[in-house]
Design a protein around this ligand. Structure first.
Ligand SMILES: Cc1ncc(COP(=O)(O)OP(=O)(O)O)c(N)n1
Ligand SMILES: Cc1nc(C(=O)O)sc1CCOP(=O)(O)O
Length: 518
C-alpha cells in the first residue's frame, strides 16, 4: 500500500510567541520553507478570528508559492475561510466526521494521538495522518498526558502497520537536532516508519530557521550509520579483521570517556591504558560536550550506581555523543536487580540510542523484558544457548544495536548475525568489575571501528577473554589477586604484539556462528 502524495518529512507547526525579536512569523516560515520544510500548520491559540484569518491568508500566500500544504490548527472555519489544504485537530476538538463534512473529501485532516486506542479510533474515523506525541516533555505547551517516548511511537506504528488503509504519521514533542535521529530511526518497526516529524520551537525560535530545517530534514531522511547492518557475516572474515581493530586502538589512541561505578574505576582506567586507549572518568555534565567533540572519542555508560539524577546525567552524556556521531556503549549493570534499575534502563532505551549494549545474562534478559534468574549483580546461567541467542538477536534487531551477552559462553549479535564465543577463564568470575572493564575495551574498539560495531564487539571480547586465559597460567599467578595484574599485563602484551604483526594468539579463538537448529 503506497503512502499518499503529501510529503510529511518536515512539518512545521507555528507558535507566534516563540518568534525571535526582530523578525516575524511570516519571515521565519519563509526561511524554514527555504530550508526544506514540507508542510506547515498555522497554530494560533489566542488570536481573534479576524486576526487568525488575516495571518492564515499571509502564510497561505507563502506556502502556495512554495507548493506545499498549509493546515490550520483546530479551526475548521479559518481553514474554510482561506481554502487551506486541511486542518489538525486534537482529541478534544471537533470530531472527524463533522470536520470531514464541512471540509469535503479532498482536504487533509490530521489528529493528535498518544496511544494505540486513539490511533485506532482516528483510523476508523478516516483521518489522513496522525501526530504521535508527545514523544518527550516540551516547554512549548503543557501536555495533558505523560510523554510516550520512542516506545510509545513504536507501539502506534506497529498498530498502523497492521491496518489496511495507509494513515501517515508524524512524531511531535521536543523533536530537535539532538532527538530527531533517534526518534525517527529507532521507532521504526518492520514495514513501517514515521513519515516525518512535527516541529515547533526548534525551527520557529531558531536564529537561522533555514539552516536548522535543512539539518532536520537530512536527519529525517538519511539513515544513521547504526541502521546499516552487514548481512551474512562469516566467522573467518570477521576474525581476519580483528587484528586491524586492535592495532588501530594502539595507533590511534581513542579517548574513552568512562562513566563507571567506583568499584571499577581504577581497573577500567588501567585496562584502557593497557590496550593503548586514553581513559577519562568524568560525571560532570559541564564537560560532556567537550569530550564528545574529541574526534576519536567514545562513551561508556556503566550504570553501576543508582544515584538520584543518574538517568538524566546519562542521557545528557549520550545526547552529547549522539550529536557528534560518536559511539555510546551501555552497560546496564544489575538491570533486573531492582524496580529502580529496571525503570532506569527502560527510560534510557526509550529516549536514546546505544551503539553497543553489553551485559551478563541476567542484565540482557532484563533489558529485553525477559524473565531472568538475576540475583544481585551475578547472573546464573540457566538458559540454554538457544534462548540466549534468540533474546540477544531480537534485542539487537529491535534496538538497532549490537548486543553482547557475557558469560561462560559469550553471545554477540547485530540482529542478523549471531556469534558464540567460548574463550575466557573462571577467574573472571572471581574478581570484581571484570564485566565492567570489558565495557571500557569495547568503548576503545568501537571508537576506531564505528563502521563495523559488530567487529568491534567481537575483537574486544576475544582480546579480553584470550588475555584472561593466558593470564590465568602466567608465571606467579596463584589466584584472583595475582590474576588481575597478569590480566593487565596480557592485554598490554597482546595489544602490542598485534600492532607489531604477531597475531598468533588469535589461534586460540573459539568462535562459531550461531545457527538455530530446525
Ligand atoms: C502535527 C501535530 N500533532 C499534534 C498536535 C497537537 O494538537 P492538539 O492536541 O490539538 O494540541 P494543540 O496544538 O491544539 O495545542 C499538533 N498541533 N500538530
Ligand atoms: C503542539 C504540540 N502538540 C503536542 C502533542 O503532544 O500533541 S506537543 C506540542 C508542542 C511541540 O513543540 P516543540 O516541537 O517545541 O517541542
Amino acid at each position: 500500500m503506497a503512502p499518499p502524495k503529501v510529503d510529511y518529512s518536515l512539518y512545521l507547526v507555528t507558535d507566534p510567541y516563540l518568534v525571535p525579536n526582530g523578525t516575524t512569523l511570516e519571515e521565519q516560515v519563509q526561511k524554514a520553507i527555504d530550508g526544506g520544510v514540507t508542510l506547515v500548520q498555522l497554530r494560533e491559540k489566542d488570536a481573534e478570528t479576524c486576526d487568525f484569518i488575516e495571518r492564515a491568508r499571509a502564510i497561505h500566500e507563502i506556502t502556495k508559492k512554495a507548493g506545499i500544504p498549509l493546515l490550520i490548527n483546530d479551526r475548521v472555519d479559518v481553514a474554510l475561510a482561506i481554502d487551506a489544504e486541511g486542518i489538525h485537530i486534537g482529541q478534544e476538538d471537533i470530531d472527524v466526521a463533522t470536520a470531514r463534512k464541512l471540509l469535503g473529501p479532498d482536504k487533509l485532516i490530521g489528529m493528535s494521538v498518544s496511544y494505540v486506542s486513539e490511533a485506532a479510533k482516528a483510523v476508523e474515523d478516516g483521518v489522513d495522518y496522525v501526530g504521535i506525541g508527545a514523544i518527550y516533555d516540551t516547554a512549548t505547551k503543557t501536555p495533558k498526558k505523560p510523554p510516550i517516548g520512542i516506545n510509545g511511537a513504536r507501539k502506534v506504528l506497529s498498530y498502523l502497520s497492521s491496518v489496511s488503509r495507509y494513515v501517515s504519521t508524524v512524531a511531535i514533542g521536543s523533536l530537535n537536532l539532538k532527538t530527531v535521529r533517534n526518534v525517527v530511526h529507532l521507532s521504526a518497526v518492520p514495514g513501517r516508519r514515521l513519515d516525518g516529524i512535527a516541529v515547533v520551537s526548534a525551527i520557529i525560535a531558531a536564529k537561522d530557521p533555514m539552516a536548522v530545517s535543512k539539518e532536520l530534514l537530512s536527519l529525517v531522511r538519511d539513515p544513521p550509520y547504526w541502521m546499516r547492518v552487514i548481512p551474512n557475516r562469516d566467522v573467518s572474515s570477521v576474525l581476519s579483521e580483528v587484528p586491524t581493530v586492535i592495532s588501530r586502538v594502539r595507533s590511534e589512541t581513542p579517548f574513552v570517556h568512562n562513566i563507571i561505578n567506583r568499584v571499577a574505576t581504577i581497573f577500567a582506567a588501567n585496562v584502557n591504558l593497557s590496550i593503548g586507549s586514553s581513559p577519562a572518568m568524568s560525571e560532570n555534565v559541564a564537560e560532556f560536550d567537550d569530550f564528545a567533540a574529541i574526534p576519536n572519542s567514545a562513551l561508556l555508560i556503566n550504570m553501576g550506581f543508582g544515584t538520584e539524577d543518574w538517568v538524566e546525567k546519562y542521557l545528557a552524556a549520550a545526547g552529547a555523543y549522539a550529536k557528534k556521531l560518536r559511539p555510546v556503549v551501555l552497560d546496564p549493570v544489575a538491570a533486573g536487580a531492582s524496580e529502580l534499575r529496571k525503570g532506569a534502563v527502560k527510560s534510557m532505551l526509550n529516549r536514546s540510542h546505544f551503539d553497543i549494549i553489553k551485559g551478563n545474562e541476567g542484565e540482557i534478559f532484563s533489558v529485553a523484558g525477559e524473565a531472568s534468574q538475576m540475583r544481585g549483580v551475578d547472573s546464573t546461567s540457566s538458559s540454554q544457548l538457544q534462548k540466549k541467542a534468540n533474546v540477544v538477536e531480537a534485542l539487537a534487531a529491535k534496538e538497532k544495536t549490537i548486543v553482547v551477552l557475557t558469560g561462560k559462553e559469550d553471545v554477540i549479535s547485530d540482529g542478523m548475525t549471531t556469534f558464540v564465543l567460548r574463550n575466557g577463564h573462571r577467574y573472571l568470575a572471581d574478581i570484581t568489575a571484570s564485566g565492567c572493564v570489558l565495557g571500557s575495551i569495547i568503548g576503545a574498539a568501537v571508537a576506531v571501528s564505528l563502521e563495523d560495531r559488530f567487529l568491534a564487539a567481537v575483537a574486544s571480547v576475544l582480546l579480553y577473554t584470550i588475555a584472561a586465559e593466558r593470564a590465568a597460567v602466567a608465571p606467579g599467578v596463584r589466584g584472583p589477586g595475582t590474576f588481575i595484574a597478569a590480566l593487565i599485563d596480557e592485554l598490554y602484551m597482546l595489544s602490542n604484539a598485534t600492532a607489531n604483526g604477531d597475531v598468533s594468539w588469535l589461534e586460540a579463538a573459539k568462535v562459531e556462528r550461531y545457527v538455530e537448529e530446525e
